[in-house]
Ligand binder design. Sequence first.
Ligand SMILES: [Zn+2]
Length: 330
Amino acid sequence: MKKLFFLIFCLIISGCQSRQSLYTEKQQEILRDADVLDYAENSCEQVTTLQMMLDEGAFEKEYIEDYCRMELTSSKHVNFLLDQGLNDEDVIGFSTIPYFRDENITRYLEADGSYEERVLKVNMNMDLEPFETTSYVSDFSDMTLLVNKFNALPEGYVPDDMVDVKYVCVQGVDYSCTTMDQVVLRQEAEEAFERFVESALEEKGISIVAIAAYRSYQYQKDLYNYYLPIYGQERTDQYYARPGQSEHNSGLAVDITFDHIRYTDIESHEAYPWILENMHRFGFILRYPEDKQKITRYGYESWHLRYVGVEAATTMYENNWCLEEYLARK
Ligand SMILES: [Zn+2]
């Protein structure tokens, strides 16, 4: 009799017949503690979103209805986006971009394009004017460190691991060989440059040399300050990097030529494509490509190479990314 009564009761209130929970023991525990287990079991549309938020330790009680309404694929930034009071479309859109950065949210919202385009543009400061903001490099062990019109080396920075460059130009022989008596690079970059030069000779029969490498902060400062009163701010900025914002200050950049030709002419030499297609194998990139000027904010320089390490250089080569585009996705 009791059994029959229970059966009838269950038929009236559908779903009570020994139904399995939608959630694991652990998930149930969190939901029970938050006093929302009942809601989660009976009223949640997007169970997988809620499960993900629970499993990844991102569950916040106040947003349970939002989780249950939206189909999300990543728990990252979701609470932050909800804190901003964004609509569902924006929360879903931005949360799928892995390189979304919380601190840029206002700028992302002002930018246009797809969610990915907006995030990338802002991460590369394409929504700002040069020098509008300046961040300072702090991790010098990172060979992909960024030096540009928004990112500077700290005042007076001198790399502590520089060595003489083995393959350098000879004054009087190589056009545009500067008067610096010592050409140095950071050790890892120098060793890679040696391998690159030796392979170029072996595989292509060209003799690459460095015409300029490390330049000190002080040198850049003197240079900049010399031209500033002559040209004025705008023109000086157009032609000379501000101190700390020249890649040559980093000890990771090298200007090259080969076979005694004028460095500005190397791009028309038949061996130049070999350089473009092979330098990544040694960890180098062409830092200021012609088709990336809007991003790098620098004119095209066929001779200015930057060491970033083989892995990063290969990724950039394979995707046709400049350094800013690579770092914007980190
Ligand atoms: Zn250069």
